[in-house]
Design a binder for this molecule. Structure first.
Ligand SMILES: NC(=O)c1ccc[n+]([C@@H]2O[C@H](COP(=O)([O-])OP(=O)(O)OC[C@H]3O[C@@H](n4cnc5c(N)ncnc54)[C@H](OP(=O)(O)O)[C@@H]3O)[C@@H](O)[C@H]2O)c1
Length: 306
């Protein structure tokens, strides 16, 4: 099957390109760069898909960032992602591609909602303000996929991953999420002989993290039977930890024994957003019971990258 992969240079995209030859050998993943295919132009997307005889799409491109990046540029996160999602999804639809996996995000859930979050909770309440633009663009994309599926019988499905981390994470970059940021800070503290690391916020907010390879295995498995998947599907770890617990686990695995200081003037986002991945489990998703082996792999990769 010939598949257009968007976001091939990102963390999810690179994991797909790395694992596909082993997990789904029949798949021919085409991952054009921005220069080769401008994803924000609908006609260009339709023409490219037609010319390359693409049979399915995995949409893993997005303007992605942490809390501060979202707070600094709400316009960019909303406008660029709206444009990108519209051009890609409608471009694929117009080219007649009947199978599409849209990678969503757990930020589409209402803030301070019941835990664990189930797929029906999307749009049940107000969003977390710190990344509202990003979330609205994700919700619009999910609804567009649902509309195309319902109206035209196509299999356009949205997977909702929890927070992700991995060996090819954004270590040392402003766009890093909690786990990559914590690994970076702790490894640097160890290298510099520093006795403390600063954690943004009070440390009690809870986050669900999954190593990206587990998401990618599910995506590759699901691609052949998208019609059997619901329109929205949580793909998470089915357990969360507090921010402080992530820092402590990483410090322990990295062999650093300093202190943690909390900077409560910094934003920390939602207090909790644990999803239920029960439906994905029924469909073959198998998140690990212990996050530590995957954290160890990410720490090893960060040591090489930093
Ligand atoms: N990372 C997480 O914790 C997480 C959690 C839940 C969901 N997700 C979702 O998973 C997907 C992939 O995330 P990721 O972590 O792989 O992000 P990432 O590492 O930041 O990669 C983003 C990818 O999107 C591409 N991209 C961004 N804006 C683009 C544009 N205007 N035109 C063309 N390409 C563009 C980037 O290309 P360049 O290299 O050219 O910039 C890159 O390949 C996203 O939809 C994200 O929302 C991620």
């Amino acid at each position: 099957m010939r598949v257009l992969l968007t976001g091939g240079s990102g963390m999810v995209g690179r994991a797909l390109l790395r694992l596909a030859p082993r997990v789904a050998p029949g798949l021919d993943l085409l991952a054009p760069s921005r220069a080769e295919l401008p994803l924000t132009q609908r006609e260009a997307v339709t023409d490219w898909i037609t010319a390359h005889r693409v049979e399915a799409v995995i949409h893993a491109a997005a303007k992605v960032g942490g809390i501060q990046a979202n707070l600094d540029d709400p316009t960019g996160f909303l406008a660029e992602n709206l444009r990108l999602n519209d051009a890609l999804i409608m471009g694929a639809f117009r080219a007649g591609v009947s199978r599409l996996v849209n990678i969503g995000s757990s930020c589409i859930y209402p803030r301070d909602w019941r835990q664990p979050l189930v797929e029906e909770d999307v749009l049940a309440g107000p969003l977390e303000p710190s990344n509202e633009g990003y979330a609205l663009a994700k919700i619009t994309a999910a609804r567009l996929c649902a509309a195309i599926s319902g109206q035209h019988g196509f299999a356009y499905r949205t997977l909702i991953p929890c927070n992700l981390f991995g060996a090819q994470d954004h270590f040392g970059q402003d766009s890093a999420h909690l786990v990559a940021a914590a690994i970076t800070k702790i490894l640097r503290a160890k290298a510099d002989g520093a006795d403390h690391v600063t954690i943004w916020g009070g440390g009690r907010a809870r986050r669900e993290f999954l190593a990206v390879d587990h998401l990618v295995r599910f995506v590759l498995m699901a691609l052949n039977r998208l019609q059997t998947l619901p329109l929205l599907l949580n793909v998470g770890a089915d357990r969360d930890y507090s921010v402080d617990e992530y820092y402590r686990m990483i410090a322990d695995l990295a062999g650093w024994r300093g202190r943690f200081i909390h900077d409560r003037s910094r934003p920390e986002g939602m207090q909790a957003k644990l999803m239920s991945s029960a439906r994905a489990r029924d469909l073959g998703h198998a998140p690990p019971a212990d996050i530590r082996p995957d954290l160890r792999i990410a720490i090893r990769a960060a040591r090489m990258a930093l």
